[in-house]
Design a protein around this ligand. Structure first.
Ligand SMILES: *Cc1c(COP(=O)(O)O)cnc(C)c1O
Length: 390
């Protein structure tokens, strides 16, 4: 890989560039093989270049790429039907990223309160160590000081509470509160899984106080945890849910999904997107959701996730350095008693992609199509690296 000076250095990049991929496997420019247990940060849930997605994109790209939302887009309508059939939602708004979907959710919460005569209510309660995006409003929603630093004044109207702490949410509610917004599992924070009942308690508080419950399923959705949407592990129904990452298998797409009631806030002219739900991206998303649900890729997630967690538990039992392991479906983490950066770098040189979160946590997000043999191989690379480094 070249030492390019023209791209802004907003990321700490590894000195590797990939050339092609298939399923869980990536090959770099030198032909070296890697197991991708990060899936482009939870994007390639069907693995690299899934034939159904490739076919759908190929068929669409030579026919029509973009027309704008001034006209009907049949693929977008079919996709919206599939998405609403997959969950509580009645309606979908399409945009291009997770941040944009959350931005739409924030706007919808404010407007919804205004339209319902609760004019003082605009604040949104979010969780510490959450991640909701990098636009000015969504970076403010993000409960991490390091994401805020240097960008003040931040957008007014956000309050932060510790994740998985119901009493803190209750104490944070004022006459200004409009909504509670959380991830059903915190992804960037290193796969933080709340107690059973957390979402149900949030739902009850929202109902009692007349607030909207917004679930950010940008990372947890599209089958990642073994249900199409992570909150479906509970009986909880949010008012608004956001999706992105895996939604169109790597073509950029975000979506806000909501009830008819909350959707009233977005009448014609109140919100929009030039690219959102284009014929091309919608074709990719439609092929993705059809493959995950109709081909029952989702049915394999729970057994594979259990197998992965079993292997990670064995790893923990062999290394004092591993503090804990956790996961739901194919969203897993290995937390170390020391910095995880070195392990992530070493396993990369040995052909395994994972990421380091919060300094000491190794995040593992393989494609939902991963094989049991690939899980064995990945855990064995981790095992060897931990043994060698420490
Ligand atoms: C990645 C992520 C986002 C931001 O998505 P972008 O597409 O990068 O804007 C928002 N929320 C969660 C939970 C995420 O994991």
């Amino acid at each position: 890989m070249s030492n390019n000076q023209s791209v802004m250095p907003t990321y700490g990049r590894f000195p590797i560039a990939f050339d092609h991929g298939e399923g869980t496997i990536l090959w770099d420019e030198n032909g070296k093989r890697y197991l991708d247990f990060l899936s482009g940060i939870g994007v390639n849930n069907l693995g690299h270049c899934h034939p159904k997605v490739v076919d759908a994109v190929r068929n669409q790209v030579g026919r029509l790429i973009h027309t704008s939302n001034l006209y009907g887009i049949p693929n977008q309508e079919k996709l919206a039907d599939r998405l609403t059939e997959s969950c509580f939602a009645d309606q979908v708004f399409f945009c291009n990223s997770g941040a944009e979907a959350n931005e739409a959710a924030i706007k919808m919460a404010r407007k919804s309160m205004r339209d319902n005569g609760k004019t003082s209510r605009f604040e949104i309660i979010t969780a510490i160590n959450s991640f909701h995006g990098r636009t000015l409003a969504t970076l403010t929603a993000t409960g991490q000081e390091k994401v805020h630093r240097g960008f003040d004044p931040l957008v007014p109207g956000f309050r932060y509470v510790p994740y998985n702490d119901i009493d803190a949410v209750k104490s944070a509610i004022t006459t200004y509160t409009a909504a509670i917004m959380v991830e059903p599992i915190q992804g960037e924070a290193g796969i933080q899984i709340p107690d059973n009942g957390y979402l149900a308690d949030l739902r009850k508080i929202a109902d009692d106080e007349g607030l909207l419950l917004i679930l950010d399923e940008v990372q947890t959705g599209m089958g990642r945890t073994g249900k199409m949407w992570c909150h479906q592990w509970s009986d909880v129904i949010p008012d608004i849910m956001t999706s992105a990452k895996a939604l169109a298998s790597g073509l950029p797409m975000g979506a806000l999904l909501t009830t008819k009631e909350a959707a009233k806030a977005f009448s014609p002219g109140t919100h929009g997107s030039t690219f959102g739900g284009s014929p091309l991206v919608s074709a990719a998303a439609l092929a993705t959701i059809e493959t995950i649900i109709d081909d029952d890729v989702i049915g394999e997630v729970v057994p594979k996730g259990e197998y992965l967690l079993k292997k990670l538990t064995e790893l923990m039992n062999q290394h004092k350095l591993v503090k804990s392991v956790r996961g739901r479906g194919l969203m897993a983490a290995v937390e170390l008693n020391s910095p995880a950066e070195a392990v992530v770098s070493v396993v990369l040189t040995r052909g395994l992609l994972v990421s380091c979160q919060m300094g000491t946590i190794i995040r593992i997000l393989p494609p939902l199509t991963v094989s049991y043999e690939e899980i064995d191989e990945a855990v064995s690379i981790l095992d060897q690296a931990i043994a060698d480094i420490f």
